[in-house]
Design a protein. Structure first.
Length: 304
């Protein structure tokens, strides 16, 4: 039964993402804003919902390793696998903006917060939530400044269909992601894997499936801005909203491996930035390099 539910979860993720991307693209055209703005906000918030649910629940239950590992692992997966897979499937241009720098900066801030005392306090959580509010304000301001002309003959769904597609697609994404996480975690724990390893791999992969499926679907539809915005926005949300809410509810004690993983996140972020900056595009070769880096990271966390 667990395996059947696992497959059902994947099906819900894929179909939900398809409707969600189509409706989000239409919203971007109706509001006359770049699709990357929609990716940074509506799509990123929606696809980060599983991380929020899993990390908050894990924190309340005292499973700090899963709460922190889920966020850091998800961010590394988003950078290397989601963007890497999009680049491998279809090379695309990347317009680097301030938000990519912001995603690197919040990773550095998180590393600084947990480096000394191996602890994320309520005060630090509120600081992160303040950064979350600042990010939203800057993104909305950016959207108002960068209004674009509506594309001629571009297919746009009606407002009612957009609402239905977004609500239904997001519900399918979150529910499907939840099914995948629960089933995969049960299977992994039955095989005797540790909480830290499950949080960094199975749970992180499961809660990042919405980002992966949504970005790949968006990339295949030619909505590259939506794909990139989803990854960057989700990575920012995961730290300044997901982890912050978890720590605000209950302060989180972390182990030394979390510090190493946070440092890995910063390094991978800088490498990804350098790859995208080189020619302001992500090629198939660069996508494969990113997937290779994730494979190496997986091997490292499995043998440590």
């Amino acid at each position: 039964m667990v395996y059947i539910l696992l497959v059902l979860g994947f099906v819900m993720l894929i179909k939900g993402a398809d409707f969600f991307v189509e409706a989000s693209s239409s919203v971007a055209r109706m509001l006359r804003v770049p699709s990357i703005i929609i990716g940074l906000t509506i799509v990123a918030f929606g696809t980060s919902a599983p991380e929020l649910a899993v990390s908050t629940t894990a924190s309340l239950a005292g499973n700090n390793e899963i709460a922190v590992g889920n966020v850091i692992g998800s961010n590394i997966f988003n950078l290397l696998v989601v963007l890497g897979a999009c680049g491998t499937i279809h090379a695309f241009k990347v317009r680097l903006r301030w938000d990519f720098i912001a995603s690197i900066a919040v990773g550095v801030i998180l590393l600084a917060m947990i480096f000394g005392d191996l602890f994320l306090s309520r005060m630090e959580a509120f600081i992160l939530l303040g950064l979350f509010a600042a990010f939203l304000i800057l993104t909305v301001r950016d959207a108002l400044i960068n209004r674009v002309e509506a594309e001629e003959n571009a297919a746009t769904l009606s407002l009612l269909r957009c609402v239905v597609y977004i609500a239904g697609g997001l519900t399918a994404i979150v529910w499907g992601g939840d099914l995948v996480v629960d089933c995969a975690s049960e299977i992994a724990l039955n095989f005797g894997l540790s909480q830290t390893l499950v949080g960094l791999t199975v749970v992180a992969l499961g809660t990042s499936l919405p980002e992966l499926v949504t970005s790949v679907v968006a990339s295949r539809k030619g909505e590259n801005g939506l794909a990139v915005g989803n990854v960057i926005g989700s990575n920012i949300f995961n730290i300044v909203m997901v982890l912050a809410v978890s720590a605000a509810v209950k302060p989180i004690a972390v182990n030394r491996f979390a510090v190493i993983d946070a440092a890995c996140l910063v390094v991978f972020s800088l490498i990804t930035f350098a790859l995208c900056k080189s020619r302001e595009r992500l090629s198939r070769l660069e996508g494969l390099i990113m997937l290779g880096m994730y494979a190496a990271y997986l091997i490292y966390i499995c043998i440590r």
